[in-house]
Design a protein around this ligand. Structure first.
Ligand SMILES: CC(C)(COP(=O)(O)OP(=O)(O)OC[C@H]1O[C@@H](n2cnc3c(N)ncnc32)[C@H](O)[C@@H]1OP(=O)(O)O)[C@@H](O)C(=O)NCCC(=O)NCCS
Length: 168
């Protein structure tokens, strides 16, 4: 768990240990606001909390961001399923802080993990640049992976590249 006070705002980043109703609802709210039809629901989120790693960003005790990592069968790899922030908190540097804190938790707590894979919208320059800043490399491209016309780049971020480019 990491704690930080920024301009009198209390910021915490922590792993969710139990799928309690209140936590599920708050995370699903962030998902819906960020991904619409692609948002996950309780039947997906609860198993992720139990079997994978769901990390939340709290701003003044309010759950305001979510990161979800799924363990892959390849021993040294996790899949970064979600990174999202409530709209009202975007564009102020919190996304970057939360991304770095989340990935740092995974690499620190799990020394065998050396790679984080995820999919990125090829048309969304912001997201592409956001991840490339950490040395992430594109390894593949999937056409219509999330439905007709919803293409994604497949990207990998290594432990070494991450720690060379981290900013906090
Ligand atoms: C992706 C996301 C978490 C980023 O969080 P954020 O708080 O908006 O980002 P930050 O304010 O930390 O900005 C990070 C960097 O991007 C830049 N940036 C922020 N908003 C931007 C925008 N709309 N266009 C271009 N650059 C932008 C910032 O200037 C900063 O760059 P810097 O480090 O050079 O200063 C957030 O936008 C989000 O939840 N989006 C919806 C869900 C999503 O698309 N998730 C990612 C794919 S799963």
């Amino acid at each position: 768990m990491r704690k930080k006070i920024k301009n009198k705002v209390k910021i915490e980043v922590e792993i969710v240990n139990r799928p309690d109703t209140d936590i599920l609802n708050k995370i699903i709210n962030i998902e819906k606001e960020s991904f619409g039809i692609g948002a996950i629901h309780e039947w997906v989120l609860a198993p992720f909390i139990l079997s994978s790693k769901v990390i939340v960003l709290k701003v003044n005790n309010e759950i305001s961001g979510v990161s979800i990592f799924i363990k892959e069968f390849e021993e040294d790899c996790v899949f970064y399923f979600t990174l999202a922030l409530l709209k009202k908190h975007r564009g102020k540097g919190l996304g970057k802080y939360f991304f770095e804190s989340s990935v740092n938790i995974i690499f620190e707590k799990f020394p065998k993990i050396n790679k984080i894979r995820y999919t990125v919208d090829p048309e969304n320059n912001f997201n592409n640049e956001f991840f490339k800043n950490y040395g992430a490399k594109q390894t593949d491209f999937f056409k219509s992976i999330y439905g007709e016309g919803v293409d994604r780049n497949y990207v990998v971020l290594t432990r070494n590249d991450f720690y060379e480019n981290i900013t906090f």
